[in-house]
Design a protein around this ligand. Structure first.
Ligand SMILES: [Zn+2]
Length: 435
């Protein structure tokens, strides 16, 4: 039987959910129109006053908000609450220039804690669980977001943060951690360090792993579940919208991530034209927050590529589900005119025996032609085999990539531990064309 944290809200029949969404959307539009000059201007430009939002369909009339708008508003200009009401500030690390800043009122922190607790329960976590929270604490929302949710749920949380893997393993063993939260790539790094330290995950009490903050494939799930001996679930969130806990896979189905629709309105658009796509089609995820006070966002373009379904789920939750993210639109590689996500290559690699879950894609341009090199680690024993065995394997991978993605590549098999490990988000791509 499914456990819920907010049974009534999680299982609201569609008409009641939509009535609640409309009421909250109207209040949000009125709030930003009255309090945020940026929104008053952009709504005015679009010829909209808040009173014109009469149905959920009117959402499509609202202008988009993009990452650049947040950068331009640095640090506080998109805040819809006075500074006296802001109790927490987070920021996402901008790869270039200034970070994106978000502020939370006390109520925002309260809602976030609730939604994160709801998220934990959806993965089968309960009071009495010991949550080993290896997301980074700090300006990044991962650590504190999961932390407050764990406390709200009444579970025991270990605020271990990232890094110092041997200590992580010791604490996991000694403290009897039952739940692990970190990036999927860090979980694999832990598995590798554990093997070397002679720690067997089957002897640990870990039961559930909640992995996010970077895209990962369904095949990577199989790899992680086998290596860490737990149920691995995909969590989604982004600091602009709230942080972790925007959407989560339920343990009952492991089939798409329920986005908490009583707080967030999801849409999928064609990233080029901005047109709303029909249910089931893949495109860019756009989210409108409908309960935030500190920094509500209208139709924020996440640049994450996914699809949406409102098909009923076996867990009984009525909230729409997002397909596993294939990546950010900015991570999409265009190689000789073919669109490729690193996660698609990952899927192919993970299905091949004796290939390890550590890879790096190097893209370059030689004589005006794009080239793709796939570096991937293989089983140590392979290197003692004949060179011919390695060649055959590399060719097989090249062929699979060509057949499935339509792009030519050069596969370079490397020894274990050749590719840099990460305790946070893994670096999967080096694009030399951008230099
Ligand atoms: Zn479900």
């Amino acid at each position: 039987m499914t456990s819920y944290f907010h049974e009534e809200f999680e299982t609201l029949p569609r008409p009641a959910l939509e009535a609640l969404q409309l009421k909250r959307l109207q209040a949000t539009v009125a709030r930003v129109y009255a309090r945020v000059p940026f929104y008053r201007q952009s709504l005015t430009r679009a010829g909209i006053v808040p009173e014109q939002i009469k149905t959920l369909d009117d959402l499509r009339r609202l202008p988009f908000t993009v990452k650049q708008d947040m950068r331009d508003a640095y640090p506080y200009q998109l805040f819809a609450a006075p500074m006296e009401d802001i109790v927490r500030i987070h920021a996402s690390s901008g790869t270039t220039g200034k970070p994106t800043v978000v502020g939370y009122t006390r109520k925002d922190i309260d809602v976030w804690s609730d939604l994160m607790a709801r998220t934990f329960v959806a993965t089968g976590v309960h009071q009495g669980d010991i949550i080993h929270n290896a997301y980074g604490y700090g300006l990044f929302t991962g650590g504190l977001g999961a932390h407050y949710g764990a406390e709200r749920l009444g579970a025991s949380v270990i605020p271990i943060s990232g890094g110092n893997t041997s200590r992580q393993l010791m604490i996991m063993q000694d403290f009897g951690s039952t739940v692990l939260t970190c990036t999927p790539s860090y979980s694999l790094y832990m598995a590798e360090e554990a093997r070397e330290a002679g720690v067997d995950f089957r002897d640990l009490k870990l039961r559930v792993g909640i992995f996010g903050a970077e895209p990962w494939s369904e095949d990577m799930r199989g790899e992680i579940e086998a290596k860490l001996n737990l149920d691995a679930l995909d969590i989604y969130g982004l600091s602009e919208i709230m942080g972790p806990g925007v959407a989560i896979e339920c343990i009952e189905a492991k089939q798409g991530l329920h986005i908490w629709e009583d707080h967030f309105l999801p849409e999928i658009i064609d990233p080029d034209s901005g047109e709303i796509l029909p249910e089931g089609e893949r495109g860019e995820l756009v989210i409108t927050t409908i309960t935030k006070e500190g920094i509500p966002l209208l139709r924020y373009r996440t640049r994450d590529i996914t699809s949406l379904t409102r098909e009923p789920c076996i867990c009984g939750r009525t909230h729409a589900r997002l397909a596993r993210m294939s990546g950010r639109s900015d991570d999409m590689l265009i190689i000789r005119g073919v669109n490729v996500f690193p996660s698609q290559i990952e899927s192919i690699l993970m299905r091949i025996e004796r290939v390890e879950p550590h890879y790096l894609l190097v893209v370059d341009r030689v004589d005006n032609l794009d080239t793709l090199e796939v570096q991937v680690e293989v089983d140590e024993r392979l290197f003692s085999d004949e060179i011919k065995v390695l060649q055959t394997l590399a060719q097989r991978i090249e062929k699979e990539i060509k057949d499935l993605l339509g792009v030519s590549s050069k596969v370079r098999l490397v020894e274990p531990k050749t590719i840099a490990r990460s305790e946070g988000k893994a670096r999967r791509v080096i694009d030399n064309r951008k230099k």
